[in-house]
Ligand binder design. Structure first.
Ligand SMILES: Cc1ncc(COP(=O)(O)O)c(C=O)c1O
Length: 406
């Protein structure tokens, strides 16, 4: 509690009423999410910039070990985005042209794009209406002889029903992949995010819980799979420059076709100092989310997503659903009102199967996932990030009240 208090004070010093966002040049604009960087982070990056290794070196390994430990698994492989991590995961499990991978429609498109990069076919299974997480029953309905994997997306920071998903993937002998880009630091029935699937994927984009600027990681307990991820992120070469330097060797072989998905040492140095603050940030996010929950109890026509009791929520984003019938105004009207008031509301996400690329490539259509589609019309993401204070939540809530009542 004391930590949160101190943390909030530091935050006040940041004074985000004077902060400028990339998208809005208003003095008092609250983005929906924002990174926090402190002196410790700056020093860690500076130290590496002044050292001999800028790219894959000791900080990469240290960051991998620390993230794997946080996730409660043995191995991690750092890459330069969450998208690269998803791609590497699809490669690691050997997704080939024509293979089907089941994904939810309510996610950032990278979840499905990664399947397509490997020539696979994303098959959309609808979400449940209350949490917007992939529905295990819908997953089972979509399984065919071509299905090779299921990707669970821990939307908004709430982990999926991994017991049910594991039962299904085990029954059909297919892989379970966790797109845990929203849930690092969260738990499902006491199991850490990153430990509930064959491979789990994190993102360190600035709006996420911890950042490396851009960055991502694949974590797992399976040695062979992490070996394949490490091969893939480095052109398919089994050794990196640092390892060859240590052995005084120049020789390398391209074992498989890979990419340059490497993350730099200075980014990993930042990741290491950011990771130290993960727990306190999750705590602060939960604290602010509770304040929002309390407020929405008294607001007709707006309700937060349901949170399961057995979940320790990571609250990457805070999402509400508008009851458009009772509000008698459109989501766009509420959205525009709030944006005009300096509240950086957003919509997460446009269902992936709505995107023109998916329509023309995979013949997806409106009606494919009705629950996700209905939710999409009504969801709104409101600001939540650790640098916010209770007063900030109150200020935002009062504007939301005006927005739904005007
Ligand atoms: C659910 C989900 N998956 C994948 C990604 C891709 O991560 P990155 O932006 O680091 O490539 C994101 C990032 O926004 C995400 O939210």
């Amino acid at each position: 509690m004391e930590f949160v208090f101190i943390y909030s004070k530091q935050i006040k010093k940041l004074n985000f009423f004077n902060m400028k966002s990339n998208t809005e040049d208003k003095k008092d604009f609250f983005p929906y999410g924002k990174h926090s960087i402190d002196e410790e982070d700056l020093k860690a990056v500076r130290d590496v910039l002044l050292s001999d290794w800028l790219t894959t070196g000791p900080k990469v390994e240290e960051f991998e070990q620390k993230v794997a430990k946080t996730a409660g698994v043995k191995f991690g492989s750092a890459v330069n985005s969450g998208t690269a991590a998803l791609h590497a995961a699809m490669y690691a499990i050997d997704i080939k042209p024509g293979d089907e991978v089941i994904v939810p429609p309510i996610t950032f498109a990278a979840t499905a794009n990664a399947v397509v990069y490997q020539g696979g076919v994303p098959v959309f299974a609808d979400v449940d209406p209350d949490k917007l997480l992939i529905d295990p029953e819908k997953v089972e309905e979509k399984i065919s002889s071509k299905t090779r994997a299921v990707v669970a997306v821990d939307y908004a920071g709430q982990m999926c029903d991994y017991d049910a998903l594991k039962e299904i993937t085990k029954k059909y002998g297919i892989y379970l992949i966790a797109d845990a880009c929203h849930s690092i630091g969260g738990e499902y029935k006491g199991f850490s995010s990153g430990s509930c699937a064959d491979l789990s994927v994190f993102s360190f984009h600035p709006v996420k819980h911890i950042t490396t600027g851009e960055g991502g990681m694949v974590v797992t307990n399976q040695k062979e799979l992490i070996h394949r991820v490490k091969l893939f992120r480095n052109h398919g070469i089994s050794t990196d420059l640092h390892q060859r330097q240590k052995k005084a060797s120049w020789y390398y072989e391209i074992k498989e076709l890979g990419f340059n998905y490497r993350l730099t040492d200075f980014q990993c140095a930042l990741g290491i100092t950011q990771l130290k603050k993960l727990k306190s940030r999750i705590h602060q996010r939960n604290y602010l989310a509770k304040e929002y929950d309390q407020f929405f109890k008294d607001v007709d026509g707006v309700s937060p997503l349901k949170k399961e009791e057995y979940i320790s929520h990571a609250y990457h984003i805070y999402v509400v659903k508008l009851d458009l019938g009772s509000l008698a105004k459109s989501r766009q009207e509420v959205f525009s009102f709030l944006r005009n008031e300096g509240i950086g509301v957003n919509v997460h996400y446009i269902p992936v199967h709505y995107h023109p690329f998916y329509k023309k490539t995979f013949n997806t259509f409106k009606g494919l996932c009705p629950i996700a589609e209905d939710a999409y019309e009504r969801i709104l993401t409101i600001p939540l990030f650790p640098a916010m204070t209770e007063e900030d939540v109150k200020a935002i809530c009062s504007k939301i009240k005006n927005a739904v009542q005007f």
